[in-house]
Design a protein around this ligand. Structure first.
Ligand SMILES: Cc1cc2nc3c(=O)[nH]c(=O)nc-3n(C[C@H](O)[C@H](O)[C@H](O)COP(=O)(O)OP(=O)(O)OC[C@H]3O[C@@H](n4cnc5c(N)ncnc54)[C@H](O)[C@@H]3O)c2cc1C
Length: 439
């Protein structure tokens, strides 16, 4: 049967014959579900992949700004560190199938990759949809039955074990179900959080679902006045209730209502949690991180001396992007027309301090729908890290962002989806064999 043939296919709704191979249903055709389905098929199962959208992998196709940052070549300890407290759960999945295995997997399927700055790996073509095409061809060859436009509404559980899934009021019998329905961000891709409800119905606890890698809202007008401006090589220090809690270095973008860009997204998870606790959040932007206060002062003295007959505003244009100059003047209370040669040392100190400590109060964050990743989800304490199996319901497995896993940007989240998908697929196919032998 050809993958992605449209529904209906009544054969799916017939009970599996006693002599038929293990039937594994995978709910969700994202990174985790695609990998899980193929691996379960390779391990000998009859596999049905149910995807509620018209085509699987819609989120995959928009990852990495359309280029798909597949993974990262960072060594394991550093890699796990990018997941914060959710990292240790992944150790066993990564032990079985990590970045090297993923790259080998893609190489065998004919997908060439390139490794870029920061160890980030992309398809050499720079096209995320090519990754999806590779998966679709592979699933077809593995014999996976892909049904699109089919949402899993409910699970059939009898005697503490999965017996099927319910789609549109009809039951598809199965021996194992892999829930890979993703998180709840970018819902237009199909990731609307269905799996959270399904997991809860099966008795699983959820760690509160909240946005991670999300743009932030800043108080007042300074950020909005620079909307669209992108800055590189910026150091951002995070202060919570007046105490420095974190810092990050890299690219930053100003938006209509606040801040975005990799450095902000990296800090956002912690900020979302702190905002939820009603804490006071400030970011201090160091716009000249390569110069310490002394060197920056020497640079200002030199500039003001060399251009002593010019107004401050025009000298500042040599130091800052155009959009920032009026903001700098407003924030420091300096006069645009003052001639550089007439700037007093106290005024220079004020400017220097601002350049190293541009302060923005953070008042909120953009909604979950706009987050790159959903933090929280199925509590991993109720999932076996060696198999991705539920500890509560036999035959139920989890993979991908539905689990309480979230990492920084850099390819870590997709690797987690691929690795947990790999493990869930292999385990679900093997699990039935074990169950058949036991019962
Ligand atoms: C804009 C953007 C850019 C990103 N870029 C990167 C990047 O470059 N690198 C990186 O590592 N990570 C990136 N991420 C994060 C990464 O995309 C996710 O972590 C990853 O896609 C999670 O995979 P998943 O398979 O768990 O879920 P998803 O990819 O969300 O897939 C879940 C699938 O399940 C389907 N589904 C949902 N409910 C049901 C149901 N009831 N029945 C059947 N099917 C259902 C959905 O339609 C969807 O196709 C990015 C995310 C976004 C939003």
């Amino acid at each position: 049967m050809h993958a992605s043939t449209p529904f209906p296919a009544d054969d799916l709704f017939n009970p599996a014959r006693p002599d038929s191979p293990v039937r594994v249903v995978v709910a969700g055709g994202g990174a985790a579900g695609l990998m899980a389905a193929g691996q379960a098929a390779l391990a000998g199962a009859e596999v049905v992949l149910l995807e509620k959208m018209g085509r699987p992998g819609r989120k995959l196709c928009i990852t990495g700004k359309g280029r798909c940052n597949l993974t990262n070549v960072a060594p394991l300890p550093e890699f796990l560190g990018h997941f914060g407290p959710t990292g240790p759960f992944l150790r066993q999945a990564f032990h079985r199938f990590f970045s090297a295995e993923l790259l080998e997997f893609f190489q065998e399927l004919g997908l060439a990759t390139v490794t870029e700055r920061g160890g980030r790996v992309f398809p050499a073509s720079g096209k995320a949809p090519e990754v999806l095409s590779v998966f679709e061809r592979w699933l077809d060859r593995c014999g996976v039955i892909v049904r699109t436009g089919m949402a899993v509404d409910r699970m059939a559980i009898e005697g503490g074990a999965i017996t099927g899934v319910v789609c549109g009021g009809r039951t598809i019998a199965c021996d194992a179900l892999i829930l890979a329905t993703g998180g709840a961000s970018y819902p237009l891709t199909g990731s609307t959080g269905d799996g959270y409800r399904l997991a809860e119905e099966a008795g699983h606890r959820l760690v509160p679902v909240r946005p991670a890698l999300v743009p932030l809202l800043a108080e007042g007008s300074p950020a909005g006045r620079m909307a669209g401006l992108q800055l590189r090589n910026i150091r951002v220090r995070l202060f919570i209730d007046g105490r420095k809690r974190d810092e990050a270095f890299g690219e930053l973008a100003f938006t209509e209502d606040g801040l975005s860009g990799p450095v902000i997204l990296t800090l956002s998870g912690r900020i979302v949690d702190a905002l939820g606790e009603g804490r006071d959040i400030h970011l201090l932007l160091d716009l000249k991180p390569a110069l310490d206060e002394k060197k920056l002062d020497a640079r200002l003295v030199r500039d003001f001396e060399q251009r002593r007959k010019e107004p401050l505003e025009s000298v500042l244009r040599g130091l800052l992007p155009r959009e920032m100059v009026t903001v700098a003047l407003d924030e420091t209370g300096l006069d645009a027309e003052t001639l550089a040669g007439a700037i007093r040392s106290e005024e220079r100190r004020r400017l220097r301090h601002w350049l190293k400590n541009f302060r923005l109060r953070i008042t909120g964050h953009r909604p979950l729908a706009e987050a790159i990743v959903t933090a929280g989800g199925v509590d991993t304490r109720e999932v076996d890290p060696r198999t991705m199996a539920s500890r509560l319901v036999r035959g139920l497995y989890f993979a991908g962002e539905l689990l309480d896993l979230q990492a920084d940007t850099g390819g870590y989240n997709l690797q987690a989806a691929f690795s947990t998908g790999w493990l869930a697929g292999r385990s679900a196919a093997a699990g039935k064999v074990e169950r058949q032998e036991t019962f």
